[in-house]
Design a protein around this ligand. Structure first.
Ligand code: SF4
Length: 327
């Protein structure tokens, strides 16, 4: 079978070349069916060459719901009638218990996530976050501590760096040009990017990605991939929307496995060296196709559950990752 010329051209990435926006968009618009498997195969080769190791992490929702913001996909906004379990910031000991359980199952990267817009100053809750980080570091010194707290001031970023935080999650979510329309008008992409840059300044690694299935175009998806490429980011969580009843996106059709695989593959070709992590939507939306998706250029996954939805058991995901190493 003759390789589609668009894919043949994209093989330059394997040799260290770069894909232009136009070339990425042509792949998105024209590759389908049998050719799609050739594209996924190329993305997997690029992953093996530039980012071969598989990685896993787990998260805790340390403060759930009651959020002042209105991100259209999110179950945790106080504005949307989603009926999730809500609770204030967890005590440090409760977080430690969860981290110890995760650690015992072989996970060495722990994400502490809070709902809300973020912090401008170090108030009582932020001090509790810092005490939690100190406790985790003291009891589990080789657990990588990652946090996701929203938009932060420089003062808060500096404190996180001094309290053992190694990585920060701040997702762009979608294309910078469509952010207000597709995600929210309650905070801006510029504020997020400022927080991402502050992390770089204080030596904290950035974990920055987004979500598909919101109603965005292929151009938007590719714009997001290039926006991530232009930031100081070395890990990138990618999510597929699970429409939550009560949110403005509850009626969105599910992303198909073929569409998600094509997105992941093109994202890998644009960002050959990034750690690309499949997060929400892996089990719930992709079901039987999650193996195919992981072989579309991804090299990491979130295991054990998400912020407001359950995931697969960590032991099952460990076996899954071991099997993927053979490809
Ligand atoms: S994504 Fe974060 S900021 Fe946006 S509504 Fe959800 S919890 Fe609030």
């Amino acid at each position: 079978m003759i390789l589609n010329p668009l894919i043949a051209n994209a093989y330059k990435v394997l040799a260290g070349g770069e894909l232009s926006k136009g070339e990425a968009l042509a792949l998105a618009r024209e590759i389908e069916g049998e050719d799609l498997l050739d594209l996924l195969s190329l993305a997997n080769k690029v992953r093996k060459r530039f980012a071969p190791a598989f990685h896993k992490c787990s998260i805790i929702n340390a403060r759930s719901g009651r959020c002042s913001e209105r991100c259209r996909f999110c179950a945790q906004s106080a504005t949307f009638p989603t009926h999730i379990e809500t609770y204030p910031l967890l005590e440090p000991e409760a977080v430690l218990k969860c981290a110890e359980e995760i650690y015992a199952q072989g996970v060495r990267s722990f994400g502490y996530v809070t709902s809300g817009r973020g912090w401008r100053k170090c108030d009582a809750d932020f001090e509790k976050v810092l005490r939690t980080m100190d406790l985790l570091h003291e009891r589990l010194p080789d657990m990588e501590l990652c946090v996701s707290l929203g938009i932060l001031s420089e003062e808060c970023v500096k404190l996180l760096a001094a309290h053992h935080v190694k990585r920060y999650n701040m997702n762009l979510q979608t294309a910078p040009g469509r952010y207000a329309e597709l995600i929210t008008e309650t905070h801006t992409m510029a504020e997020k990017i400022e927080t991402i840059r502050l992390m770089g300044k204080y030596g904290i690694g950035n974990c920055t990605g987004g979500i598909i299935g919101l109603g965005e175009s292929w151009e938007d998806r590719i714009d997001m991939a290039f926006a991530v490429r232009g930031l100081p980011v070395d890990r990138c969580p990618l999510n597929v929307l699970l429409p939550i009843p009560g949110t403005p996106l509850e009626g969105r059709p599910l992303t198909t496995p073929a569409e998600a695989a094509k997105f992941f593959a093109i994202f890998r070709l644009i960002n050959p060296k990034l750690m690309l992590k499949f997060c929400a939507g892996r089990e719930t939306v992709m079901k039987d196709f999650q193996g195919l998706l992981m072989l579309s250029g991804l090299n990491a996954l979130m295991t054990g559950g998400y912020l407001t939805t359950r995931g697969r058991e960590i032991a099952a995901d460990r076996a899954f990752l071991a099997a993927l190493e053979q490809f």
